[in-house]
Design a protein around this ligand. Structure first.
Ligand code: SAH
Length: 204
């Protein structure tokens, strides 16, 4: 079933063999709530706890491909959710820092990582809008929820040459990729329309 899913992703334009290998390896059904696990290898998003979703495999593959991860890269993920995207980053041998603001999901996915044997460097309960200044700079930052606007703190936490991949918009999102060219310069590209659950900012 995973091989079939990979064929679907190739047909939709995913080319990076390491990303495709990760999708081929990871048991997505174990990241899903029971009741949906029978659908795990469809290219679709599904509900998880706390009214959130496990992202569609195509979206996960597309965002990961844009990060251009090399082994050992330090990657920050905003929105741990089910942990599936985290697992893809770990399969690519990144050092992963991941932040989740829903306590229920943070606890559940934390335990699940231990059970299944995936080990991010840090799993943080908190507001990813602010990034993780104490661990910055990062080779890549991936936001897995729709940001109403580009979180400025995240841009400042990129290494020179590092990339931020963030879906920006309210009802639907444009996938935006920023590459840091120098201390002050960023190159911006916009790549297609997606639909994510909202990135919520804690105002306090
Ligand atoms: N990568 C996840 C996607 C989950 S959906 C997966 O594949 O399963 C997006 C996640 O972002 C949700 O779990 C949501 O709670 C979380 N989120 C929303 N706003 C956030 C914020 N400000 N900081 C951290 N996580 C946030």
């Amino acid at each position: 079933m995973r091989n079939k899913l990979v064929d679907v992703l190739i047909a939709k334009g995913i080319v990076d063999p390491k990303v495709l290998d990760a999708i081929r390896t990871i048991p997505r059904h174990l990241f899903m709530d029971s009741g949906f696990e029978g659908h795990a290898y469809q290219d679709k998003a599904f509900p998880i706890a706390a009214e959130q979703t496990i992202s569609q495999p195509y979206t996960v593959a597309f965002q990961t491909e844009l990060l251009a991860i090399k082994p050992g890269h330090k990657i920050l993920e905003i929105g741990t959710g089910s942990g599936y995207q985290t697992a893809v980053l770990l399969e690519l041998k990144a050092k992963v820092y991941t932040i989740e603001r829903q306590l229920e999901l943070f606890k559940k996915t934390n335990l699940f990582f231990k059970k299944i044997g995936y080990t991010p460097k840090k799993i943080i309960f908190g507001d990813g809008y602010k990034g993780l200044p104490e661990e910055a700079p990062f080779d890549g930052i991936i936001v897995t929820a729709g940001a109403p606007e580009v979180p400025k703190a995240l841009l400042s936490q990129l290494k020179i040459g590092g990339r931020l991949v963030v879906p920006v918009g309210i009802d639907e999102q444009i996938m935006v990729i920023f590459t840091r060219k120098s201390e002050k310069e960023f190159e911006k590209k916009e790549l297609g329309v997606f639909r994510f659950v909202p990135l919520l900012e804690d105002k306090n």
